[in-house]
Design a protein around this ligand. Structure first.
Ligand code: ATP
Ligand code: MG
Length: 414
């Protein structure tokens, strides 16, 4: 679990700002729900024989003896919150949330025990138009963050439950013949969760899969038509994709569309954004059957990607625009002036020197703050009712002006 230090916070704020701004532009609304939920919720949604539920959840008994779990993902929580508050009754929803998720995994680059997701969930819309919309939206996020050329969209259709069951049988029949050549995890999954074998990182297992039955050949008619509809919409709006017939998700509730945005810039942790359709989850959790599609963006990986490809805008580390240097016994006037500037130039970040110090020492701090301008207030200035405006980065002559004129001058600069 990581601390986010002040030096890194501006980059996070920038990324979160770009994403939430785009979500607002698409008409998505924020929802917030607790970090802790009943353990049952995740067992019933994610699935008992998934990695998350089997070995990654932070589960504990509270004082009443109820089993609670720190949320490992947001979709199940979002469905629970919507159901409990009647948000799915006769209406559609386009929602987003942002916050920490918890999984007890082996920590490595791009994989942490507390990580952060921005999640998007839509409810009540059945057709491929909404699948296309969330994909177009995710494409815009990556494009406006300047990483579009370093990511690739992979899509697949997981079909209906019946189609998956038929495919599972065929896959198990095929893999059982080569069982002894599979990696250990895959051997175990053959009886618990065979489709996850498609996801195996083991090169030998992947080679064996080359001749295995292909999920797309087992699709039911409805899923096939849905998938075709999605592909033609993506084509129409110019979002390119690759069909990856081995793409499966590590959570049981997905059906029909599944997708991932992957990158080759982050080593093994290549998935930046992942999601799909989960039409059966609401009903499975006790609600009325409600179609749904969504995705989650891993924020740590997105930030790592921006760093890796140097897609970080300039000036993010700048703490202030103006630094008020206050030398001598001038603190009360300095504070009054600072408050006036904050009233009249609300878009300016003004850092006032606190704790004294001589002129040279304060000017050093002004420089370190990244400010473009130092306002200098000494005892002589205070007596004359004036302040000096000194440009720290540009060759502009410094000015000593009355407070009113100084503020008007600063206003005219913006
Ligand atoms: P992976 O295959 O990488 O373990 P996942 O399928 O378990 O991912 P999801 O549950 O689909 O992941 O979560 C969506 C996104 O959240 C992932 O694509 C990834 O960007 C991010 N993510 C998942 N687990 C972690 C983690 N432990 N640390 C950091 N980010 C994570
Ligand atoms: Mg995982």
């Amino acid at each position: 679990m990581n601390d986010l230090l002040p030096a890194d916070a501006p980059l996070w704020q920038y990324v979160e700002g770009v994403v939430t701004d785009i979500l607002a532009r698409y008409g998505y609304q924020e929802i917030r729900f607790p970090i802790v939920e009943s353990t049952e919720l995740f067992k019933r949604s994610i699935g008992e024989v998934t990695d998350i539920v089997e070995k990654e959840m932070y589960t504990f008994d509270d004082r009443n003896g109820d089993s609670l779990t720190l949320r490992p993902e947001g979709t199940a929580c979002c469905v629970r919150a919507c159901e409990e508050n009647g948000l799915l009754y006769n209406q559609t929803q386009r929602l987003w949330y942002m916050g920490p998720m918890f999984r007890h995994e082996r920590p490595q680059k791009g994989r942490y025990r507390q990580f952060h997701q921005i999640g998007v969930e839509t409810f009540g819309i059945q057709g491929p138009d909404i699948d296309a919309e969330v994909l177009v939206l995710s494409a815009r996020i990556l494009r406006e963050l300047g990483v579009a050329e370093h990511v690739q969209l992979q899509i697949n259709s997981l079909g209906s439950a019946e189609a998956r069951a038929a495919y599972k049988d065929a896959l198990v029949a095929y893999l059982s013949n080569v069982q002894d050549q599979l990696d250990e995890d895959s051997k175990r999954r053959l009886s618990t969760n065979p489709m996850r074998i498609l996801d195996s990182k083991d090169a030998n297992t992947q080679a064996l899969l080359n001749a295995a039955p292909v999920l797309l050949d087992y699709l039911d008619e409805e899923s096939r038509v849905h998938f075709e509809g999605l592909k033609s919409l993506l084509y129409a709006v110019g979002v390119s994709y690759q069909i990856n017939p081995r793409l499966v998700r590590g959570l049981d509730y997905y059906g029909k569309t599944a997708f991932e945005w992957v990158t080759d810039k982050l080593g093994a942790q290549s998935t930046v954004c992942a999601g799909g359709r989960y039409d059966s989850l609401v009903e499975q959790l006790g609600g009325k059957s409600t179609p749904a599609v969504g995705f989650g963006i891993g924020l740590e990986r997105l930030v790592l990607l921006l760093q890796a490809v140097e897609a970080i805008p300039e000036g993010l580390d700048q703490q202030a625009d103006i630094y008020l240097v206050a030398v001598g016994d001038v603190q009360s006037v300095a504070m009054q002036l600072a408050e006036r500037i904050r009233d009249e130039l609300p878009f300016v970040r003004l850092l006032i020197n606190c704790g004294g110090g001589n002129f040279k020492n304060q000017l050093k701090k002004a420089d370190k703050s990244g400010a473009d301008i130092a306002l200098i207030l000494g005892e002589d200035e205070v007596k004359a009712g004036k302040v000096t405006i000194k440009f720290l980065r540009e060759e502009i002559e410094q000015q000593t002006l009355d407070f009113d004129k100084a503020i008007a001058y600063l206003l005219a600069l913006e």
